[in-house]
Each structure stands twice: as structure tokens, then as C-alpha cells.
Design a protein around this ligand. Structure first.
Ligand SMILES: *Cc1c(COP(=O)(O)O)cnc(C)c1O
Ligand SMILES: [Zn+2]
Length: 421
């Protein structure tokens, strides 16, 4: 990559009890089963690196490599990240807010979702650890990202999914030559099997024994938001939640940037707003109850990418939201479809169902007065609409084909009455 290949990763630390672990492929704390968190030497990062050093690097997620848990160059995903962040004035007007931004990971490289970020880190780590086989349990997007980057990195890959997810996400895994294992049951069943497999086989399971590295990739979403806002943090951020990892890692990213003095602490600290579908809302329900204790649910929603009934990071996602002064909200399948259409029709962005959740939840929170319309707000758009076409298919006026005649066009589409000759 370039000049500086030092790793600043110190160790892993249990998010619950604080016990530290070496930087090995470990699934969870052996004492309390809580997730492990990567810990860095921020003092050394601060003295070795200046913000301006990062700005001169290639526009991808690795421009923040000192804050990522890899030892050398990335093995895969070298072009992932640095997706567009832009003002969304027409959507802002529709929602009744002043300053609204879209961060658009629907165009992330290579598989059109934010999962490309986490997988770039996880499989680079898998290479460091010497795994030749990788895998994951997935609601679709993670499988696509692991399959693609396993192809790029020369790994064998097993992708475990609920058998009834979107056909686009099934083909989007198979095309890369990965072994697709369809399971009868929901994601939580799939995940349990994966945990068993990870215990028995010496494989790099992205969201099991590589989880503490994988999840760090999500921080780059947050770094980019800050950098693209001119090293400012937004006042509000609306984020879709499945396992609940992304939202906590964006919060970690913002905290790191403040600690390093790379983003000025805002007058009002960033508030985090969690978005889920009503048919699978264990995290937002806990937020509404005001407690981080998650009550697992049986998912039933068109937002398949968010359909995790027993979210691994749910506890921490609730704490992040409540501590920031944010809120959680959920929306029905009909509202999700409206959200997808509203974003597409106002800003020209076709998001998947998770994006519909984000937009519809933002609308609800603005109406409720929980998001201040005079503050800056970023919407996290995390996946591409071409992967969930059935959610909106058949919801448009169908015009039937016409013959290639000007008159027919004018009559049918411009309402002109035919002139008799
Ligand atoms: C996985 C996923 C999420 C949620 O990520 P978590 O870190 O599991 O909360 C959001 N949007 C899309 C499109 C996803 O695929
Ligand atoms: Zn612990």
C-alpha cells in the first residue's frame, strides 16, 4: 500500500467484563459470551498520523487503515468504500427538514451493500491467520460480499442462508462459485449451525470467530461520513439494524475521531436513531422500553436483510442509542415500500428494503419531533434495490405496449384526442 504498515491493534477486550485477549480468531468472551472489541493504541496513532495524511490517500476504506485491525496490506476489497455522501434537498423537503444527507452504500464495491466493508477486513484477517476456507451465516448481503471477496482472495467459501431469501441474493452468491447452503428455518437457526461448524472446523467464519475484526470494518462508514461532511459529525444519524453492529461501530468511529481530535466535537453530540421493520423489531422495542435487555422475536418482514430475531449486538445497540439521546422506531412493510419509492422518486437512489426502513423510520421520527428538523441528519442507505426487486414489483401503473405510432403515444400518454381526417 504505502509508507506506513505498522499495526496499532493492541488486543481484544470483552465489551461486558473487560477481560483482554490476544488478537486471535476468537468468537466471544469465554467468561460471559459477550462480543470482543478491538482496542488500539490511540496515543501512538495520534503522534504518528495526521488527518491530512489520510486525505491524500486513495478514495477507499483503507485510507483509515491505522484504525483497522489488520497487520499489513489488505488482502481483498482494496477498492471498497468511499461511497458518495450528498445533500438530499428534495427528500429533505418531502420530510420537512433543513439539512439532510444520504450516505449511499447501495453503490459500494463490489456487491452493492455496506457488507463489503466488513468482509474486506474479515477476509484480510482470514488470510493473515492462514485460513484457506471461509464462511458466514447471512440474510443475503453478507453472503454476497463473502462469496465475491473469497473469489478475489482465493478462498473456498461456504455461505449459509435461510432457504427463502430473495432470489437476487441467492444468485448473487452462487455466481462467485461459493458453496451455498440453504437452511430450512430463519437466520437465528442458520447462525446457530454456523457457530457449531466454527467450533469443529478450522475455518474463518466471518461472523463467528472473525466477528471482532469483521465488525471493525463498519467503522469506515462513520469515518467517511465525518470526512465527507468536512470532518464534522452530523447531529443525527438514522441507521438500519439487523444484528445491531453497524450502529455501534459508527458510534465508535465518531468517538475515535473526537479522541484523536480529527473531528471537532459538535455543539450537540451526534444522536443515533435505530431503524427496524415492525415484523422484526427486537432492538427498537427494547429502546422503546428503555432497557438494553433484548426479547428475541420470530421475524416476519419483507426487510429480509434486517430479519434477525436475536441480534448479537442488540444490547450494545440499545445502549448506544439511549446514551446518545436518540430513539428507535419501526415501520410496517407498506411503509417500507413507500420509503423505497420516496427515496427513488426524490433523489434518484434505488435502495433495498433496508433503505426503505431507514427512510420510513426517519419520516416517522421527524413527524414525532424526535429528530429536530433544524439539525443536520444523515440517512444510512446500506443496500441496493436491484437485490430486492419483488418488494416493489407490480406497484406501478402498467401501460401495456403500443404500436410505434406517434398518434398512439400522444393519445395514450399525453391524453390528446385523435383528430379524424
Ligand atoms: C446487514 C445489514 C444491515 C444491518 O447490519 P447490522 O450490523 O447487522 O446491524 C443493514 N442494512 C443492510 C442492507 C444489511 O445487509
Ligand atoms: Zn467477558
Amino acid at each position: 500500500m504505502e509508507e506506513n504498515l505498522v499495526s496499532y491493534l493492541l488486543h481484544l477486550r470483552c465489551r461486558q467484563c473487560g477481560k483482554t485477549y490476544p488478537t486471535d480468531p476468537i468468537a466471544a468472551c469465554e467468561e460471559c459470551w459477550a462480543p470482543l472489541e478491538a482496542v488500539y493504541d490511540y496515543a501512538r496513532i495520534g503522534s504518528d498520523i495526521r488527518r491530512s495524511d489520510l486525505e491524500s490517500r486513495e478514495p477507499n476504506m483503507w485510507r483509515y487503515r491505522e484504525l483497522l485491525p489488520i497487520e499489513g496490506d489488505p488482502w481483498v476489497g482494496k477498492h471498497t468504500g468511499f461511497t458518495p455522501l450528498f445533500l438530499a434537498p428534495r427528500l429533505a423537503k418531502a420530510l420537512g427538514v433543513r439539512e439532510l444527507y444520504i450516505k449511499n452504500d447501495a453503490v459500494n464495491h463490489p456487491t452493492l451493500s455496506f457488507k463489503d466493508r466488513v468482509v474486506s477486513v474479515a477476509l484480510s484477517k482470514a488470510h493473515e491467520f492462514g485460513f484457506d476456507t471461509v464462511g458466514c451465516s447471512s440474510t443475503g448481503n453478507l453472503g454476497n460480499a463473502v462469496a465475491a471477496q473469497a473469489a478475489e482472495g482465493g478462498f473456498k467459501a461456504f455461505i449459509f442462508i435461510p432457504s427463502d431469501i430473495e432470489p437476487e441474493k441467492i444468485v448473487g452468491t452462487q455466481i462467485f462459485g461459493a458453496t451455498l447452503v440453504k437452511i430450512t428455518g430463519n437466520y437465528d437457526h442458520v447462525n446457530r449451525l454456523c457457530a457449531e461448524i466454527a467450533q469443529k472446523y478450522p475455518w474463518g467464519m466471518v461472523n463467528v470467530n472473525l466477528r471482532s475484526y469483521y465488525s471493525e470494518g463498519s467503522k469506515t462508514f462513520g469515518y467517511e461520513v465525518a470526512e465527507q461532511l468536512g470532518w464534522r459529525l452530523p447531529q443525527n444519524l438514522v441507521c438500519p439494524m439487523a444484528g445491531g453492529s453497524l450502529i455501534t461501530k459508527i458510534a465508535k468511529a465518531f468517538g475515535e475521531l473526537e479522541k484523536l481530535g480529527w473531528a471537532a466535537p459538535a455543539a450537540t453530540p451526534a444522536k443515533f436513531f435505530g431503524a427496524q421493520a415492525t415484523g422484526c423489531s427486537p432492538i427498537t422495542s427494547a429502546v422503546k422500553r428503555g432497557t438494553p435487555e433484548i426479547e428475541p422475536q420470530k421475524p416476519n418482514t419483507i426487510a429480509r436483510s434486517l430479519a434477525i430475531g436475536n441480534p448479537a449486538d442488540g444490547f450494545f445497540a440499545v445502549k448506544t442509542i439511549l446514551a446518545s439521546g436518540g430513539a428507535g422506531e419501526d415501520v410496517s412493510d407498506a411503509e417500507i415500500v413507500e420509503g423505497i419509492k420516496l427515496l427513488a422518486e426524490t433523489e434518484g437512489v434505488f435502495a433495498e428494503t433496508a433503505g426503505g426502513v431507514t427512510v420510513a423510520v426517519a419520516r416517522k421520527l421527524i413527524q414525532q419531533g424526535k429528530i429536530n428538523p433544524n439539525e443536520s441528519t444523515v440517512l444510512a442507505i446500506t443496500g441496493c434495490g436491484l437485490k430486492t426487486v419483488a418488494a416493489v414489483n407490480g406497484r406501478f401503473e402498467e401501460n401495456g405496449a403500443i404500436r410505434p405510432r406517434l398518434k398512439e403515444f400522444e393519445e395514450k400518454f399525453l391524453g390528446l384526442t385523435p383528430v379524424r381526417e
